[in-house]
Ligand binder design. Structure first.
Ligand SMILES: Cc1ncc(COP(=O)(O)O)c(C=O)c1O
Length: 285
């Protein structure tokens, strides 16, 4: 099965898709994106992803794109690829125009998508957890918008890998724990989960939302509140959440081992519950 691209209404093999060099996404990172996963041939939380995408389009003043149009384009690409465990990347840029910081409000947004099979995170990392480092959050102050401007995230991830860690966690100048390079962060202490509140400094993760829902359903206490790097070091359990990450145990932060260095029971429970939710409550076939 070839990996496919969707380019403004046409579907083609990925290596045949071309965009003009004066696309503002290319020159200014003037674009928003989403990444949606399927489980057993069904997309998880499609509408929540579309809500977040539309939030970005609105906040950046793009011409609106009717949701049925996006939905049917996604469905067609997804069905044509036929992967049970697909990852659909959707990118919308403001449009194509001669390079200029200022932009015309009449530009036509460019819609690009790709579909590939998701490669599973190695079982060893899921079973035994990952090591992370913290890095200063150098990003802009609208991280609630999922823009394609991911340079700080890329550099942080690269720094982690180059120093022998799996990922990096952004912390503010005041040492507030924000989020991972492509995930949200949860700390568990005394049976209670804490994660950063929804502010413009983090992405409102769809998986984060699903986890909080699960907590409500199974009676786990949680709080959306600020916590520091020291709180993270001292937690009983730490995990990352994200569309591909799902619930990924963190057993080390900087040079600290979290608790006894093992994967905690709440992390395991939430990973299992999220998998069950993804299979139980599909958005679309
Ligand atoms: C910076 C950042 N935070 C959090 C997330 C998790 O979001 P979601 O659960 O919707 O995948 C992502 C996902 O790409 C991300 O890039």
């Amino acid at each position: 099965m070839p990996d496919l691209a969707y380019l403004n209404g046409e579907i083609m093999p990925i290596d045949q898709a071309r965009v003009p060099i004066e696309d503002r996404g290319y020159q200014f990172a003037d674009g928003v994106y989403e990444y949606i996963a399927s489980y057993e041939g069904r997309l998880f939380r499609l509408e929540a992803h579309l809500d977040r995408l539309e939030h970005g389009l609105r906040e950046l003043g793009y011409a609106p794109i009717p949701r049925p149009h996006l939905r049917s384009a996604i469905a067609e690409l997804f069905q044509r690829a036929g992967y049970a465990r697909a990852g659909i990347y959707i990118q919308i840029t403001r449009g194509v125009a001669p390079r200029n910081h200022a932009f015309a409000t009449t530009l036509t947004p460019q819609i690009v998508m790709t579909v590939r099979e998701i490669k599973a995170i190695p079982a060893d990392l899921r079973d035994n957890g990952i090591q992370t480092i913290t890095v200063r959050d150098l990003r802009w102050s609208r991280c609630d918008i999922k823009t394609t401007q991911l340079l700080a995230n890329c550099l942080a991830k690269q720094k982690a890998l180059a120093s022998g860690y799996y990922d990096a966690i952004f912390v503010s100048d005041q040492d507030i724990v924000r989020e991972g390079t492509s995930s949200n962060v949860f700390a568990v202490s005394n049976g209670r989960l804490t994660t950063h509140p929804l502010t413009p400094h983090i992405l409102p993760g769809i998986t984060r939302m699903a986890i909080l829902e699960i907590c409500g359903e199974i009676g786990l206490e949680f709080s959306e509140s600020f916590f520091t790097r020291e709180n993270l070091y001292a937690a009983d359990e730490v995990f990352l959440s994200g569309t591909v990450t799902e619930v990924l145990p963190v057993i080390g932060v900087d040079d600290r081992i979290i608790a006894n260095g093992g994967v905690g029971p709440i992390t395991r429970q939430l990973y299992a519950a999220l998998g069950a939710k993804a299979l139980d409550r599909p958005d679309v076939r």
